[in-house]
Design a protein around this ligand. Sequence first.
Ligand SMILES: Cc1ncc(COP(=O)(O)O)c(C=O)c1O
Length: 467
Amino acid sequence: MRQALFRKINHRPPLPFGIFPSMGRDHAGCWGKKKAKDKQIKQSLNKIPQQQTSRTVLPIEDGKPKGQRGSSIMTYQVDENGFYGQFGGAYIPEILYKTVEDLKKAYLPILESEAFKQEFHALLKDYVGRPSPLYYAKRMSEKYGCQLYLKREDLNHTGAHKINNALGQILLAKQMGKKRIIAETGAGQHGVATATACALMDMPCTVYQGALDVQRQHVNVERMKMLGATVVPVESGNKTLKDATNEAIRDWCCHPADTFYIIGSTVGPHPYPDMVARLQSVISEEIKWQLEEKIGRDYPDYLMACVGGGSNAAGTIYHYIDDERVKIILGEAGGLGIESGQTAASMQVGTVGILHGSRIKLMQTEDGQIIEPYSISAGLDYPGTGPIHCNLYETGRAQVLPANDDEALQAAFELTRMEGIIPALESAHALALLPKVKDLFTKDTVVVLTVSGRGDKDLDTYLKHQQ
Ligand SMILES: Cc1ncc(COP(=O)(O)O)c(C=O)c1O
């Protein structure tokens, strides 16, 4: 029976659900191959201008790939089974089967209904304050020899992109008749966004947060409490985002019927990655018309964003994902360096396995136990990355490069001093790539970089590392 259920969801053989540890180790580990990895990063940087996808690249017309690959048009979007290439799927326990299946059936009809669109867009406009500006960063453009535009998600209500997704999911939860909301949070931005949405919609809210993150993001904890949420500090593991997600999933397993789990990133079982990407796609939808207004063409040469679970990056690239004119560079958390063992750069050091319901690249030992991640940034301190980005990375559609703690801190201070914008530590990991990739740019190269959040929550860390 159980096998049949899994097959129905995945059309793939069943694998165990990796709530705590990773499961289903598919590849040999990379930890023993660090030198080779380092060389690979350097090589990949040199190759950015060329398209290095292992897929057949189809000719582009009007920014869209044309032609057929097998029987379907080439796309990096999700397939009908919830997969992005080899990544994704829904590896869930039987207790959640009905809940996830109900969501899978409901999300597209609801998201595409006129009533939902109207309510969601009204909230994005009048409550969140969208559109977020696309700001030409003059001094940074001069420094990095390009035309640098910053997509200012930091100016959204609650201070980050997370609110776009939280509002969308709570509308969906209400339509599905759910009575209670749970969420996980790392940096606290998704927790604050969810607590805000719950206050607005008058729904009870429980947020799980690693005990270490409760300390390092204490301002956001106070905000969540003030908004009426119950914050549960999680003491297991290394007390960060993975552990918070484990606890949220445990809660969900205990209350599958009445509880809606608002996942904060493009992670988790299908349909979450696709649903979150769609709700965040307002970012690239705006970039398109904002660029058209500013430079007379609706696409940049490069899109840049930081990537933890992947939601701000997914929103930034959504409308360009199949447009090969636009190159994608994403920054993940190098921590103390990918060779140090203190890192969260899962693309660089991870291997394929199952975590939190999805097949992704994740940091694990040879026998499939999670390697505890480390990053100065709570929002990037996760041992994996969502399936969308794993596929983009593995196919060569996106470059994912590590930025270490010190590089991110330096980048945060630089943006603050040069443009008067204090970014979130997470966003600083995208900014930190600018010195690494600037040789790819000419003065006319148009670069759009998403500043996913503001740095108020990180002031303690910034003060500690004052430059
Ligand atoms: C401001 C900010 N940016 C980025 C992230 C990383 O998440 P994601 O990769 O889903 O955008 C977080 C996570 O908490 C965040 O708070």
